[in-house]
Design a protein around this ligand. Structure first.
Ligand code: PLP
Length: 383
């Protein structure tokens, strides 16, 4: 048996909608399917404004421009994240201030944030790792007290929620001033490459449209609000072709099916491992705090050492199963290594060395999953 780590899901309507987009005669950005996606996402998740982008990376870069990050500004984020979370701000000259992860979850340690705030801090960028919410009440309160922006890196967090102190269930990406999502083929809802900027703070709305359209007021022009459009601000080309949006729309229509399937696979792993791997072996299983829901973006194990992880990955590979590790602490990267004075982020390094992601995709069959579970259990029995 050969089991891939990920297999991009097809709902069945992708080609039909792509053909329809082509027939519409407008395949550039903000065509009929882009509008359908915006409407769907705003209605389903109650975002103030959703704007499709070509990637989450682009959405993060837009966010950095929108909050007007300048050289010397400091931005707080976890070290255990994807490079795009950091690059977006580095590109504008910001100084990155890395926080450690939590002991029980790879997400940012909310307790560590306040000690990192200085007079130069501009923003906090929480990453909802594995689609599991950071403690947003805590983060938003800090932001309010110190007058900071919050940009949610919600790349993995579609259809996941935060249960706040006010008793409300808020979709991730609807809480910070801005939020960035990814529709890369490894995420739950996909379009190959693709992303979305969510604008929650009204004051960014007008400028977000302009930055996304090369610094022009073309969006207002297309709505008939002005009679000619021109260069009014900085910007770039952040909007995707309508063909991409057509693919995405077919996925969004299947959101419920995709999520149900992923959650059932996630739960099958969890039922097989919880109380077994974590109690008999020194393994940490995914933790969902009471303030968070689970969107089943990822099932992972945290091994007890880098050597154990190496052996587990090799054992699975020799049996045709492709499991993979994840981020490498950004503060330890070749690019950033020389740019800090001895940062020591113990938990971030532990996830760097010990975290293993298991195959999780809609078409993963029960037999295949049993095969994976059997081999993981066998590996630990032999140990
Ligand atoms: C996937 C991912 C990104 C980047 O998404 P792209 O759409 O590929 O640009 C950024 N941050 C996190 C946390 C991610 O998981």
């Amino acid at each position: 048996m050969k089991i891939l780590f990920n297999k991009p899901y097809k709902s069945g309507n992708e080609l039909k909608y792509i053909a329809d987009s082509i027939e519409s005669g407008k395949i550039s950005g903000d065509g009929i399917y882009t509008k359908k996606c915006h409407d769907f996402l705003e209605n389903k998740f109650g975002y103030n404004k959703a704007l499709l982008t070509t990637s989450c990376t682009d959405a993060l870069e837009m966010a950095a421009i929108l909050i007007d990050v300048k050289p010397g500004d400091e931005v707080i984020m976890p070290s255990y994240t994807f490079v795009s979370t950091a690059n977006a701000f580095v590109l504008r000259g910001a100084k990155l201030v890395f926080a450690d992860s939590k002991k029980d979850h790879p997400g940012i340690d909310e307790e560590a944030i306040e000690t990192l705030i200085t007079s130069k801090t501009k923003a906090i960028v929480p990453v909802h790792y594995a689609g599991v919410a950071c403690d947003m009440d805590k983060i938003m309160e800090l932001a309010k007290n110190y007058d900071l922006f919050v940009i949610e890196d919600a790349a993995q967090a579609i259809d996941s929620y935060y249960l706040g102190k006010d008793g409300l269930k808020k979709p991730l990406g609807s809480i910070g001033h801005l939020a960035a999502f990814s529709f890369h083929e490894t995420k739950n809802i996909i379009s190959g490459e693709g992303g979305m900027l969510v604008v929650n703070d009204e004051k960014f709305l007008k400028r977000a449209e302009i930055i996304r359209e090369k610094g022009t007021n073309r969006s207002a022009f297309f709505r008939g609000e002005i009679d000619k459009y021109g260069w009014v601000d900085v910007g770039s080309s952040f909007l995707p072709s309508d063909i991409i949006a057509a693919y995405l729309y077919a996925q969004l229509e299947s959101l419920e099916f995709i999520q149900d399937r992923r959650k059932s696979i996630w739960n099958r792993y969890d039922n097989a491992f919880r109380g077994v791997l974590d109690s008999k072996h020194d393994i940490t299983l995914p933790f969902i705090p009471s303030h968070a829901t689970n969107n089943a973006h990822m099932y992972y194990l945290v091994c007890s050492s880098i050597d154990e992880r190496k052996k587990l990955l090799a054992y699975l590979k020799s049996n045709g199963i492709l499991a993979v590790f994840h981020y490498l602490s950004l503060h330890e990267s070749k690019f950033f290594n020389g740019k800090h004075e001895g940062l020591n982020l113990k938990e971030s390094d532990r996830y760097t060395n010990c975290l293993v992601r298991l195959p999780l995709f809609v078409e993963l069959g029960e037999q295949e999953q049993d095969f994976i579970i059997k081999h993981i259990n066998e590996f630990y029995k032999k140990k």
